[in-house]
Design a protein around this ligand. Structure first.
Ligand SMILES: N[C@@H](CCC(=O)N[C@@H](CS)C(=O)NCC(=O)O)C(=O)O
Length: 222
């Protein structure tokens, strides 16, 4: 019986792009279903009743939620394909540690800077400090996983692609060659490897401009 792999996602979401990247690395064919987050589908609500968020992966009808959980599931299910997590248990635990560090620390600090906050200077400093810690983990490697990409590289996709596009639009400087040279170079490598599974830059920039404009309009009219 042919496998059915369906992804509920949003084109501009780094979280659903993580899942697409992993499926592509494993050469798994899938159907992408674009969700409207303003009017979530019954399938999304039924498949992820706890968080009601994308991405949701449906494998032969069975739903999975939370991008990092999905990435591990993909790695374990399509074992023969490109390895996403290291084989060695210690290295695997380390990869999970850094992936969690990105979601729990780096992204909230970065979002705070990009989507506006009162003490911007302090927020930029805090986000840079966290990104510096992440940068140190790169050591002299090309990717977080070594010569090829792995879990941490996929999870860091927002930092590798979205961050540079958004900071330009918003007019703040977080990830620059001067401040974080290794992370900046990594983001170049990241973009060249993952080009196919990243949203088009023009479309992304237009979307961010719209989003900023509507946030500003809501703030000034309230
Ligand atoms: N921790 C989740 C985060 C997913 C997430 O934040 N998804 C957003 C879109 S980028 C969402 O579905 N938001 C809808 C909502 O919050 O109602 C993951 O890693 O999958």
């Amino acid at each position: 019986m042919a496998e059915e792999v369906k992804l509920l996602g949003v084109w501009g979401s780094p979280y659903s792009r993580r899942v697409e990247t992993a499926l592509k690395l494993k050469n798994v064919e899938y159907e992408f279903v674009e969700e409207d987050l303003q009017s979530k589908s019954a399938l999304l609500l039924k498949s992820n009743p706890v968080h009601q968020k994308i991405p949701v992966l449906l494998h032969n009808g069975k739903p999975l939620a939370e991008s990092q959980v999905i990435l591990e599931y993909i790695d374990e299910t399509w074992k023969e394909g490109f390895p996403i997590l290291p084989k060695d248990p210690y290295e695997r635990a380390q990869a999970r540690f850094w992936a969690r560090f990105i979601d729990e620390k780096c992204l909230p600090a970065t979002y705070k800077v990009l989507w506006g906050c009162e003490e911007l200077e302090k927020a930029v400093e805090e986000a840079c400090e966290l990104l510096k810690i992440l940068e140190n983990e790169l050591k002299d490697k090309k990717f977080f996983a070594g010569e090829t990409v792995g879990l941490v590289d996929i999870v860091a996709n927002f930092i590798g692609y979205w961050l540079r596009a958004i900071q330009e639009v918003v007019g703040v400087e977080l990830l620059t060659k001067e401040k974080l040279p290794k992370l900046y170079n990594w983001s170049d490598e990241f973009c060249s490897v993952f080009q196919e599974s990243l949203p088009p830059k023009d479309k992304l920039v237009a979307y961010i401009r719209d989003r900023l404009q509507s946030t500003n309009t809501t703030t000034t009219s309230s």
